[in-house]
Structures are given as structure tokens and as C-alpha cells.
Design a protein. Structure first.
Length: 259
């Protein structure tokens, strides 16, 4: 399927690994020129080179922490007016909310709500002027079905979701869409960190925790990053202009609901 976005420009945040990388790869495969961000220069530049070699697309590396003004400026300096923005940032630590300090709450809000809002603010008006824009925010299945141990993530990402819900309806008439992707368990470094934390509480091994994630999912497995990347690329496609302010849950059916 031709997604109709060949020649477009994208910024994909936190894309050196995991789901961000999968999104960058899928967009590059669709002919999009991509700027990827990340904090580790060696890993980020290696990822950019690999995606470019596989797809033939231009992939540039903006080294920096996207949750800081400097990191956002680095990305925007390489692509000041992207047609596509994929917001992404590492999740805050898990734990008992009683143990979270005010600084931890502020860091979570900055990374998973305020920084995406800042990126949206920086790019949306040029998108409106060009009559094309696609913004996808990678949030979490915990927005839909909260996980007690992920209280920092639950709160910050839900705040972003509420903000996007309002803005999406304001800009849709300009062919600018905002939507969210809500990942459940995917085969990424992040899942392993969560499994390590759970293993400390249960006494099981990390391998056992990872295996249980798959067995207990209706799909009988955890997700593959390339599946997530494909969903992101479609939401960024020319054909997705009538999908507005939605929260697409990719969790293998773990959330049990009729609607």
C-alpha cells in the first residue's frame, strides 16, 4: 500500500532503540526523510546509518535529550518544519506512589507531557499553513487501563492525552491530525526493565516474567516492534486524514472491553 507520504519530512523522538526506532524505520520505508533523536551519540548514529542503508532514505541523527530545550532545538535545527512528528520519550520509573518525590513527579510530567506539547507547539502552525500534518504520540496502554506501579506514567501520559483530544478537533480541518498509539507489552528494552522490577517483587526470574507476559496475553505473545512501526506509519499516511484524536491500543487484546 502506498502511504502517500514519500518525500515528506519527519522527526521521530527517542528513536535509537525500541518502538521509536521501529516507527522511524517504517516511515523511512515509506520514503520519508527522517530525523531521529536520542541521547547516546554512538547508538543513535549507528541506528541512523542502519535505517538509511536498509531503506535508502535520508536519516539524520539529532543527538540530545528530547525532554530538554536543547534536545528539542537540536532536532528542529535539522528539520525546522516537519510534515510528521512522532513524540516519544522513555517512561518514568515504576514503584509505589508513596515513595515518589516531587522531583520525580515533575520529571515525569516534563518528559511525558510537557515536552511533547512543546514539540507540537513548535511544528503545528507550519503544518496548518501547508495543509498537511501528522502528529503521533507514543503513550501507553496504561492510559486506558492504569497500572498501579506506573503511577508516574499513568498521570503524565493521561494529561498529554487530554491535551491532544482538545487540540486535535481544532486543527483537523487543516488536514493536520493528532493521534496516540498506546503500546502494551512489546519486545523492547523497556519491557525488560519492567520485568526486572516485577521479578524483584515476585521472586521469579526475569526470563519467567517475560514468558508470562506472552502466555497471559490473548494473542499468546508480546508484540513485535515492526508491528508498532507499521501502525504508526499508517496514522502518518495521506489516507489517515479522517482519523482524528484517537487512541489506538496495541496490546494483543489484553484490555477487555466491548467498545
Amino acid at each position: 500500500m502506498d502511504l502517500g507520504i514519500s518525500g515528506k519530512r519527519a522527526i521521530v523522538c527517542a528513536a535509537s532503540r525500541g518502538l521509536g526506532r521501529a516507527c522511524a524505520l517504517a516511515l523511512a520505508e515509506a520514503g520519508v526523510s527522517v530525523v531521529i533523536t536520542g541521547r547516546d551519540r554512538a547508538v543513535l548514529e549507528a541506528t541512523a546509518a542502519e535505517i538509511s542503508q536498509v531503506t535508502g532514505a535520508q536519516v539524520l541523527a539529532a543527538v540530545g535529550d528530547i525532554t530538554t530545550p536543547e534536545g528539542r532545538a537540536a532536532a528542529l535545527s535539522l528539520c525546522p518544519e516537519p510534515d510528521i512528528l512522532v513524540n516519544n520519550a522513555g517512561g518514568p520509573p515504576a514503584g509505589d506512589f508513596r515513595d515518589f518525590t516531587e522531583a520525580m513527579w515533575q520529571n515525569a510530567l516534563n518528559a511525558n507531557m510537557l515536552s511533547p506539547v512543546a514539540m507540537i507547539k513548535a511544528v503545528i502552525d507550519p503544518m496548518i499553513a501547508r495543509k498537511f500534518g501528522r502528529i503521533v504520540n507514543i503513550t501507553s496502554a496504561a492510559v486506558k487501563s492504569p497500572i498501579a506501579a506506573l503511577a508516574l506514567s499513568n498521570g503524565a501520559r493521561t494529561g498529554l492525552t487530554a491535551f491532544v483530544a482538545g487540540l486535535a478537533r481544532e486543527v483537523a480541518k487543516h488536514n493536520v491530525t493528532l493521534n496516540n498509539l498506546l503500546p502494551g507489552p512489546f519486545d523492547t528494552d523497556r519491557l525488560r526493565v519492567i520485568a526486572e522490577n516485577t521479578a524483584k517483587q515476585t521472586g521469579r526470574s526475569v526470563a519467567e516474567e517475560l514468558a508470562l507476559r506472552g502466555v497471559n496475553n490473548p494473542a499468546g505473545r508480546v508484540g513485535r516492534p515492526e508491528e508498532f512501526g507499521a501502525a504508526c506509519a499508517f496514522l502518518c499516511s495521506a489516507q489517515a486524514g479522517f482519523i482524528v484524536g484517537q487512541n489506538l491500543l496495541l496490546d494483543g487484546g489484553a484490555f477487555n472491553s466491548t467498545l
